[in-house]
Design a protein around this ligand. Structure first.
Ligand code: SF4
Ligand code: SF4
Length: 159
C-alpha cells in the first residue's frame, strides 16, 4: 500500500512542479541591468550585522558586555574594550566578525542589551581570501559617520 501511495505522491508533486513551470512560461520576463539598475531590497533582507548609529550621540551604544560574542553559535564575533574611566562601562576598541561563518541566525541582535546591533543592507561584498570576510565593524561605523558628515556638508553647500 505504501508503495502505491509513494507513486501517487510523487506523481502529484511532479504535476504541481510542472504547473509552476507552466505558469512562469507565460509571465513577462524581468531583466534588471545590474549593476546599472538595482531592484529595491526586501525589508526582510539580512546583510552582515553592523553597529547602529544613534542620532543623539552620533555613535554606537556598545557597552562591551560580550553577550553577543558569548551567544554567537558560530563563534565569529570578537569584541574588545578597555576601561577609560574608573567607573562606568568599558569603551569599545574593536569589534570584528568573520562573516564567512556567520549563519545570520540573529541571536547577537536579539541578545544585545542596548540594541546597538542591526543587519546591514550590504549585498555587494566581495573577497579573495578568508581574511577578506573579517569585517571590522568599528572601522565601518567610522566610515559611515564620515560619509554622513560629508553628505551633510554637501547639503549645506547646496542649500
Ligand atoms: S547572526 Fe548569528 S552567527 Fe551571525 S554573528 Fe550573529 S549570532 Fe553569530
Ligand atoms: S551585546 Fe551589544 S552591547 Fe554587548 S558587546 Fe555585543 S554589541 Fe556590545
Amino acid at each position: 500500500m505504501g508503495y502505491f501511495k509513494d507513486i501517487f505522491n510523487g506523481g502529484l508533486s511532479l504535476i504541481e512542479g510542472m504547473g509552476v513551470t507552466a505558469r512562469r512560461l507565460f509571465r513577462p520576463l524581468v531583466t534588471v541591468q545590474y549593476p546599472r539598475k538595482k531592484i529595491p531590497l526586501s525589508s526582510a533582507y539580512r546583510g552582515h550585522i553592523e553597529l547602529k548609529i544613534f542620532g543623539e550621540s552620533g555613535t554606537h551604544k556598545c557597552i562591551v558586555c560580550l553577550n553577543c560574542e558569548k551567544t554567537c553559535p558560530s563563534g565569529v564575533i570578537r569584541v574588545q574594550g578597555e576601561k577609560l574611566k574608573e567607573k562606568g562601562p568599558k569603551t569599545l576598541t574593536s569589534y570584528v566578525i568573520d562573516f564567512s561563518r556567520c549563519s545570520l541566525c540573529g541571536l547577537c541582535v536579539e541578545i544585545c542589551p542596548t540594541s546597538t546591533l542591526k543587519y546591514s543592507r550590504e549585498y555587494e561584498l566581495v573577497g579573495e581570501t578568508w581574511a577578506d570576510c573579517k569585517i571590522d565593524l568599528l572601522a565601518r561605523l567610522a566610515r559611515q559617520v564620515e560619509e554622513m558628515e560629508a553628505e551633510k556638508k554637501t547639503q549645506g553647500i547646496a542649500a
